[in-house]
Every structure is written in structure tokens, then in C-alpha cells.
Design a protein around this ligand. Structure first.
Ligand code: HEC
Ligand code: HEC
Ligand code: HEC
Ligand code: HEC
Length: 232
């Protein structure tokens, strides 16, 4: 093969690889609540916008991440806690800026899915179709999260080392991450009122990307996600 042809082929293959990597999208995932979404459980009757359910470009209710929903009361939640945790668990209440609380503004099974603060179109409240305006079934985690993986707690290098079976903390990355040798990409930690490296729903879940269903940061095949933080 002539070298130009070989380079041409390499470029085509690279483009194909990039194409696969960027295939992720919230469109037509269960987080696409717009009226035109296909194959979803819950959807609106009067807006074809996707981001509006969670974000607004202006006058956000909470600055980060330009949040467009009124969150449920943070103190009403109960979180997982156990005496064997080295990183300090918090039994009662989220911090008001917790990304996990943002998820619970739908996954509490009580807050209206369409209750975005700044609405489309032109301020008309979003109405949901007959499938329902609140989440029911398994995706309704309720306000009692004692039976769910701990979230909204501070992860520190000292407590990781005291535990002895957790991946390392990298605060040089943006966002800070946690990882073991089992994963190539670190799992993200977030900022909250408890500190700059809190573990939240978003540490395991990618809200905009259902490549690894259900919205996971990496596959659960061989429990890879769990082994990405726990050395077991
Ligand atoms: C179901 C709620 C929801 C919808 C719908 C949604 N987002 Fe998000 N988005 C979030 C949450 C929660 C975060 C913060 C947590 C995180 O980054 O994992 C976030 C973070 C972001 C961020 C900052 C972090 C990052 O991932 O880059 C951007 C940019 C963003 N969203 C853009 C969008 C756009 C554009 C749309 C519409 C196409 C959209 N989002 C739809 C919930 C949503
Ligand atoms: C982003 C990193 C991360 C991922 C991914 C993760 N964990 Fe954890 N997990 C932690 C941290 C940190 C703790 C707190 C451990 C401590 O401080 O002792 C924890 C705590 C736990 C606990 C409670 C331990 C106790 O002492 O009470 C269990 C059980 C657990 N994880 C199981 C899992 C399982 C199962 C998975 C996969 C579905 C998983 N974890 C995925 C970081 C993670
Ligand atoms: C605007 C409302 C809304 C917000 C905010 C939201 N979700 Fe969801 N989520 C939904 C709906 C609706 C479903 C579909 C439930 C069903 O089909 O039973 C869903 C489903 C899911 C599922 C299950 C998907 C499946 O295939 O079964 C996961 C996991 C999930 N969400 C995680 C999150 C996480 C993590 C956050 C925060 C980062 C979040 N969600 C924020 C509305 C929301
Ligand atoms: C330690 C990792 C981890 C954390 C943290 C985590 N999840 Fe999950 N979540 C998972 C995994 C893994 C599954 C898939 C479980 C399965 O299929 O057996 C899942 C499933 C779900 C589902 C689908 C319903 C179900 O019961 O299978 C929803 C909804 C969900 N998560 C929402 C959340 C929300 C909201 C938070 C934060 C309050 C959160 N998750 C925190 C790992 C996590």
C-alpha cells in the first residue's frame, strides 16, 4: 500500500473510533422527558426541549450546574451509615448543594417530573402524559436512602488509607477522582458543603449517557464499577 493510502486508511479508522466514543447522548434515554422522545417511560405533552427539565441558561435556582428545579428539602433524607466505614458517613440529611439531592428531585417519587422552574414554552408549566407526573416503581428511591450505597459523604486520603481496601484519591484531576488499577479512567468526586471530594450519585452514574445501562460510569460486567473503587 502506498504511504498516502495507508495514512488515509488510518485517518478513516481514527474517525470511526472517535465516532464510536462520542456516540453517547441523553436523547431517547430515560432522561429524555421531551414529548418527542421514543422508547421512554415518562414524557411531557407540551415541550420538545430536553435540557429544560434540569438546566436553564439563565436565572438558575442553583448556580452549579445551572439547575432548573426546586430540590426537595435536604434535611428530610436519611442516608446509609455504618460503624465500619472509615470515611465518615452522615446519617441524616443532604447538604443543599449535593448533586445527589439534585437526582432526588425526581427519584424521591414525590417531586413532579415536569416541575422545572423556568419553563418552555414561554413560561407555560410543563405537563406530563398519562404515564405519570412522579416516578413510581424501582426508580423511586424514596427519602429513605439507608438501604442505598452511601452518598454525600467526604472521601479523604487519610480515611482511604485507614480503610486499606479502597482505590487512591487524585485531587490533581478536574474533577477529583478515585480509582483502582481495575479501571483506566478515575470515577469522579464532587464538591458539596462537606468538602471538595464528596462521593455522590454521579460518582457511579453518568446522567447524560446510557451507554452502560442504567446510566453507569462503566460496566457492571465482572462488577468492574465496584472494583473501580473497592479492592476486594
Ligand atoms: C435529568 C436531569 C438532566 C438533564 C435532562 C440534563 N442534565 Fe446536564 N446535568 C445534570 C446533573 C445532575 C449534572 C451534574 C452532575 C454530573 O455532572 O454528573 C449535570 C451536569 C451538566 C453539565 C456539566 C458537567 C458535564 O457533564 O459536563 C453540562 C455541560 C450539562 N449537564 C449539559 C446538559 C445539556 C446540554 C443537556 C440537554 C441536552 C442536559 N445537560 C440535560 C442533569 C441533567
Ligand atoms: C466512586 C467510588 C466507589 C464506587 C464506584 C463504589 N464504591 Fe462502595 N464505597 C466507596 C467508599 C469511598 C465507601 C466508604 C468506605 C469506607 O470509608 O470505609 C464505600 C462504601 C461501601 C459499602 C459500605 C461499607 C461499610 O463499611 O459499611 C459497601 C457495602 C459498598 N461500598 C459496596 C459497593 C458496591 C457493591 C459497589 C458497586 C455496585 C460500590 N461499592 C461502588 C466508594 C465506591
Ligand atoms: C428530571 C427528573 C430526573 C432527574 C433530575 C434525574 N432522573 Fe434519573 N430518571 C428519571 C426518570 C423519569 C427515569 C425513568 C424511570 C422509569 O422508567 O421507571 C429515570 C431513570 C434513572 C435510572 C434508571 C435507568 C434505567 O434504565 O432503569 C437511573 C440509574 C437514574 N435515573 C439515575 C439518575 C441520577 C444518578 C440522577 C442525578 C445525577 C438522576 N437520575 C436525575 C428522571 C430523573
Ligand atoms: C456505588 C455506586 C452507585 C451509587 C453511589 C449510586 N448508584 Fe444507582 N445504581 C448503581 C448500579 C450498579 C445500579 C444497577 C443495579 C443493577 O442493575 O443491579 C444502579 C441502579 C440505579 C437505579 C435503577 C433502579 C434500580 O433499583 O435498579 C436508579 C434509579 C439509581 N441507581 C439511582 C441512583 C441515585 C439517585 C443515586 C444517588 C442517591 C445512586 N443511584 C447512587 C450504582 C450506584
Amino acid at each position: 500500500m502506498r504511504s498516502e493510502a495507508r495514512i488515509g486508511l488510518a485517518v478513516v479508522m481514527l474517525m470511526a473510533a472517535v465516532g464510536t466514543a462520542s456516540a453517547l447522548s441523553i436523547k431517547n434515554s430515560k432522561h429524555d422527558l421531551s414529548k418527542d422522545a421514543t422508547g421512554v417511560t415518562y414524557q411531557a405533552t407540551n415541550t420538545d426541549q430536553i435540557c429544560v427539565f434540569c438546566h436553564t441558561p439563565h436565572n438558575a435556582v442553583q448556580n452549579i450546574p445551572l439547575w432548573n428545579r426546586t430540590n426537595p428539602t435536604a434535611s428530610n433524607f436519611t442516608l446509609y451509615s455504618s460503624s465500619s466505614m472509615n470515611n465518615k458517613p452522615v446519617k441524616s440529611g443532604f447538604t443543599a448543594d449535593s448533586i445527589s439531592l439534585f437526582c432526588m428531585s425526581c427519584h424521591d417519587g414525590a417531586t413532579g417530573l415536569g416541575s422545572a422552574v423556568h419553563n418552555d414554552p414561554n413560561g407555560t408549566p410543563i405537563t406530563m402524559d398519562a404515564s405519570g407526573s412522579v416516578i413510581s416503581g424501582d426508580a423511586n428511591l424514596t427519602t429513605d436512602l439507608q438501604d442505598d450505597h452511601p452518598v454525600n459523604f467526604l472521601v479523604t486520603a487519610a480515611d482511604i488509607s485507614a480503610d486499606g481496601n479502597l482505590g487512591s484519591l487524585d485531587t490533581a484531576t478536574n474533577p477529583p477522582t478515585m480509582k483502582t488499577a481495575d479501571v483506566s479512567k478515575g470515577l469522579p468526586l464532587f464538591k458539596s458543603g462537606r468538602g471538595d471530594t464528596t462521593l455522590e450519585c454521579g460518582s457511579c452514574h453518568a446522567v447524560h449517557d446510557n451507554t452502560n445501562a442504567p446510566f453507569l460510569r462503566t460496566t457492571m460486567a465482572g462488577s468492574k464499577l465496584c472494583l473501580g473503587c473497592h479492592k476486594k
